[in-house]
Design a protein around this ligand. Structure first.
Ligand code: ZN
Length: 310
């Protein structure tokens, strides 16, 4: 069994409009944009990273805003809900703030004793805020969000699958332990990880398969401490029969990817070197950062990228 996974590292989704995406995550949710770079395979598309002050693994929501991309269709074989943790008692603040901002899909509920507020992102993305203990995490209080309400990072993610058995087995192999079940949803939790440590599997037998588009999660990344741990995880996955990519340098972490039995793309990402490797913490996310191979084309890339607004 793998012992190196520490919880979530980041969640990467697709969006249509870059400026709307940027405004939603920084102004409405009050996260910090910790990196402004490009899709390493399509440099005319941004890769925007939002998180806490330094983009601590377990706090980082990332987006590829493709411009005129059509919306995805929610369904099975995808991450159905991306969940952020907020302090206990904060949901009242958020309910009022999100409603005032015109955010759609607000719905209050409770799951396994935790109060939740579901809401939709600008492209119909499915999110929830979940009241949780801080567990050493500090909210980034951008856009006048008070400290006692700010987003602490991810709580976890809910995957929606036609058949959860093989994915449950994979999560166990990755070090997750089966927790409680409520209805069609079973929670898995990792011990000793960062606080973004739950994965919920929702079984929707016969559900329509999701179609990816704007508002869909592209992949979900799990954290490992360093490249040595990542190599151990890669070997273990290969030995179990998973088709895992070679290690890819993403400038701010090292990545490997593999497709899971339920259809969701998983990534294993290193906590090293982090988002402050090429800019000061005080100025994170402001300048456009390009991977070295695109630097010669900076002027052209800057011309192609849309303005993000203030
Ligand atoms: Zn990723």
């Amino acid at each position: 069994m793998i012992k190196d996974i520490k919880g979530l590292h980041h969640v990467t989704s697709m969006a249509a409009d870059a400026a709307i995406n940027n405004r939603f995550f920084t102004d409405t949710l009050g996260l910090r944009r910790v990196k402004k770079t490009v899709n390493f395979d399509a440099p005319e598309v941004y890769h925007l990273y939002y998180g806490d002050e330094i983009g601590t693994p377990g706090s980082v929501m990332t987006y590829f805003p493709f411009g005129d991309m059509p919306r995805g269709r929610r369904g099975t074989g995808e991450v159905g809900v991306t969940e952020f943790a907020v302090p206990e008692g904060a949901l009242g603040f958020w309910k009022e703030r999100l409603a005032r901002s015109g955010v759609r899909g607000l719905s209050e509920s409770s799951f396994l004793g935790e109060a939740r507020l579901g809401f939709a992102g600008p492209d119909g993305d499915s999110f929830a805020l979940v009241e949780s203990a801080a567990r050493g995490r500090t909210a980034w209080t951008g856009a006048d969000v008070p400290q006692d309400a700010g987003i602490l990072g991810f709580h976890g993610a809910r995957m929606r699958l036609r058949d959860s058995a093989a994915t449950a087995e994979l999560l166990s192999f990755m070090g997750y332990q089966k927790d409680e079940t409520d209805g069609a949803v079973t929670r898995y939790r990792i011990e000793g990880g960062n606080a973004a440590d739950t994965i919920d599997l929702e079984t929707v037998a016969g559900g329509q398969t999701a179609a990816q588009g704007a508002g869909s999660v592209h992949h979900i990344a799990f954290a490992v401490e360093d490249r040595a741990a990542q190599a151990r995880v890669r070997e273990a996955l290969l030995a179990t029969g998973y088709q895992v990519t070679p290690v890819i340098d993403r400038d701010y972490f090292w990545a490997i990817y593999f497709r899971t039995p339920g259809g969701v793309l998983f990534e294993i990402a290193t906590n090293e070197p982090g988002f402050d490797r090429d800019e000061d913490t005080a100025r994170l996310g402001q300048a456009l950062k390009l991977p070295t191979r695109y630097e010669p084309f900076r002027d052209r890339i800057e011309d192609l990228l849309p303005a993000l607004g203030a």
